[in-house]
Design a protein around this ligand. Structure first.
Ligand code: 8DG
Ligand code: MG
Length: 534
């Protein structure tokens, strides 16, 4: 199932990444001809400005004809000193060891952002910091100015790292800490408590994602972090993507990115870097890092997680062919490798519907009145599906018990099911099969299929769970925790007592025969499946 998720974002990129990429290239080349910043010769005070943002400023200012001094020198003919918005004049002077501003224009960094955004030299008056008046020491005697000539401040340069271990530790923690806020929503508008939760909102945005050029790059970052088992970072990026998708306007400043829920300074740096340059250096580093690329490829093998991928890499394997020929593979991995390309390809929803019909017809022939419903991305209305998740139950509350093995046997007999991955996983009264199917006829691909059989009294919760999205489900579970409840694919419980992460009391089941009941008990508006595609 995890691999289908990965391929999901890959497919989305394949589907619509092309035109926006071309567009951005065109924009970039048009802008590079302009030199609207040619009158700028600036020093950017690094205090409070993240390295990556500083680097973007430098690149962009120079791209548009301006100069950025790496060191501060009081005699240089600077046009402006740029400071982070929260830095005031006394602090700036303290840092640069100045007794006066030397008559230089000291301007907030948001002015520079504005110029870059609008591709013109904006009036800086509203962004300028002024000297406190009435101070007779405003201007230094010449001799003292001279002594300041040699006082310079190093502009810290971004360092390039080529592996995953040594960057962005502090602030990603920040983003991790934001896990809770990120599960909440994304709009800045103040609203009643439950409305803030992702699960209380519709995923349908009134506007298309206008920050797609940014979210596409962040999606690539997610895939890389997933392949190295850096789940926290992957989650942080995923949440930022959700937030950005819903943001009603194109990100036009670092401050705007930073102000969004769940977006810390490091992520804001990255978002702003993409917004400014159309590129993300970190991603470029990843793309040219052989190990990361191989790990990504290996984790796309069904049945191989980040750990296995790492072991294979350490054993010297670099290609899928290497694995096929030399690696010690379990059954699932053998299937995953044999059908590698098919599994990476998302099927059109029409094909998923055909697969559902086959399963439904066979199930009905075994047990009349059976309910077989396709969940997952299909039910949420996505145009393509990574796999088919079929949920089966029977309204009489007992006939579901006999269906599982009979159904699978018949589907195998007809040649529809071609390979088993996990032939029977039991959780409580639910049974799950994970395997591979192929529709009859020429040029059909192998597709991943999950068949889950559940008792009727668990159907409401199972439908919610297997419909997802995973992000929507996470939000539901967090909301439950807040109300001393718990939710999984089996049941919704109340009166749960937790001590830290541990459940001291399991709570008692609240009957939720339908999905609507789950929403009702949690006191959030019902969202049809297509509005849960967060
Ligand atoms: P896809 O197959 O088109 O890629 O997307 P999907 O249908 O949404 O994902 P899936 O991998 O088939 O999983 C089906 C549902 O299972 C998913 O929508 C929500 C639920 N689910 C969770 N948590 C998790 C989880 O950790 N991993 C996976 N794979 N599914 C989860 O609630
Ligand atoms: Mg699915």
């Amino acid at each position: 199932m995890m691999s289908s998720k990965r391929s999901s974002s890959a497919a989305q990129l394949k589907e619509d990444g092309h035109s926006s990429k071309r567009q951005r290239l065109e924009n970039n080349s048009a802008c590079s001809e302009a030199s609207f910043l040619s009158t700028l010769d600036i020093y950017i005070l690094p205090a409070g400005i993240q390295k990556a943002r500083l680097a973007v400023f430098k690149t962009q200012v120079e791209k548009y004809g301006g100069k950025v001094q790496d060191r501060f020198c009081s005699t240089a003919n600077l046009s402006h000193i740029i400071v982070e918005d929260n830095v005031d004049m006394p602090r700036m002077k303290r840092i640069l060891k100045l007794d006066s501003s030397l008559g230089l224009k000291v301007v907030k960094s948001s002015w520079l952002s504005l110029c870059l955004q609008n591709k013109k030299l904006e009036n800086c008056e509203d962004y300028q910091l002024y000297e406190e008046t009435s101070d007779s020491n405003d201007f230094l005697p010449k001799a003292e100015i001279a002594s300041n000539h040699n006082k310079s401040v190093e502009l810290s340069r971004p360092t390039v790292t080529s592996n995953l271990s040594d960057y962005e530790s502090s602030d990603d923690n920040d983003e991790q800490k934001n896990e809770k806020t990120a599960i909440f929503n994304v709009s800045h508008i103040k609203s009643p408590q439950t409305e803030k939760w992702i699960c209380a909102q519709s995923s349908k945005s009134p506007k298309p994602n206008i920050n797609k050029h940014i979210t596409d790059k962040l999606e690539e970052m997610v895939k890389t972090y997933e392949s190295t088992n850096d789940r926290w970072r992957a989650l942080g990026y995923q949440k930022a993507i959700q937030t950005l998708r819903k943001h009603p306007k194109e990100i036009s400043s670092w401050e705007e990115a930073k102000s969004l829920p769940g977006i810390g300074t490091r992520l804001a740096d990255k978002i702003w870097e993409i917004a400014q340059s159309g590129e993300l250096r970190k991603l470029k580093e990843f793309e040219s890092d052989e190990e990361l690329q191989v790990l990504k490829m290996f984790t796309n093998v069904w049945g191989a997680g980040p750990h296995t991928a790492q072991v294979w890499y350490q054993q010297g394997f670099r290609t899928i062919a290497d694995l096929q020929q030399k690696a010690h593979l379990n059954h699932q991995q053998k299937v995953g490798i044999r059908l590698y390309d098919d599994f990476l390809d998302r099927m059109p929803r029409e094909e998923a519907a055909e697969i559902e019909r086959v399963v439904k017809n066979v199930a009905e022939s075994i047990q009349p009145g059976i309910i077989a419903e396709i969940c997952g991305s299909y039910r949420r209305g996505q145009a393509t599906c990574g796999d088919v998740d079929v949920l089966i139950t029977h309204p009489d509350g007992k006939s579901h018990k006999n269906i599982f093995h009979k159904l699978l046997a018949k589907l195998k007999e007809s040649g529809f099911l071609t390979d088993d991955l996990v032939s029977a996983e039991e959780t409580g009264n639910q049974k799950k099969y994970m395997g591979v199917c192929r529709l009859p006829g020429p040029n059909r691909k192998h597709r991943r299929i999950d068949v889950i059989v559940v008792p009727y009294n668990e159907y409401g919760c199972a439908l919610v769970y297997f419909t997802g999205s995973a992000h929507f489900n996470r939000s539901l579970r967090h909301l439950c925790k807040k109300q001393n409840m718990s939710l999984n694919e089996h049941a919704l419980k109340q009166g749960v007592v937790r001590k830290g992460k541990e459940k001291i009391h399991e709570g008692t089941i609240i009957p939720t025969p339908t999905e609507e009941d789950v929403f009702k008990v949690l006191k959030i508006p019902y969202r049809p499946p297509e509005e849960r595609d967060h």
